[in-house]
Design a protein. Structure first.
Length: 138
């Protein structure tokens, strides 16, 4: 069994849904893993991770619009310490989650043809985001 763990920093992104598959894979070598699993953990509470459509940009726009409709501008929010986008960002992060598990087969992520890894940035003015990547396999 081989275990690899690395913490990386993703470049700051604008609010929205961003494909970061290549940014992640450029920072960790999984070519020696024949069968395994990659766990990606985001160390933040105002962003999230997801797997979704990796070709059509309209999907990312629609996802942003959907989550804004679900979570933004609620009169009952009390937690606004860091601004009006603070509590909506936490709610979106909880709905989507901060970790992913992706199988590795023959040294590559075993994603579907149209799947990519999203960093879902929920803050208006976010900084860089740290993730921990843990790979286990043989």
């Amino acid at each position: 069994m081989k275990i690899i763990q690395k913490e990386i920093t993703l470049k700051p992104k604008n609010r929205g849904f961003h494909i970061v598959t290549d940014e992640i894979l450029n920072n960790i070598d999984i070519s020696s893993i024949n069968v395994g699993m990659m766990n990606i953990f985001l160390k933040h509470t105002s962003a999230s991770l997801s797997i979704n459509e990796n070709v059509e940009p309209e999907v990312r726009v629609d996802m942003e619009n959907l989550f804004n409709e679900l979570c933004d501008d609620k009169s009952y929010y009390k937690h606004t310490y860091e601004g009006d986008d603070d509590m909506p960002a936490h709610a979106k992060s909880s709905l989507l989650g901060v970790s992913l598990n992706i199988p590795i087969t023959d040294g590559k992520l075993n994603l579907g043809t149209w799947q990519g890894i999203y960093l879902c940035e929920h803050r208006d003015y976010a900084g860089s985001r740290k993730i921990v990547i843990t790979v286990t396999g043989v």
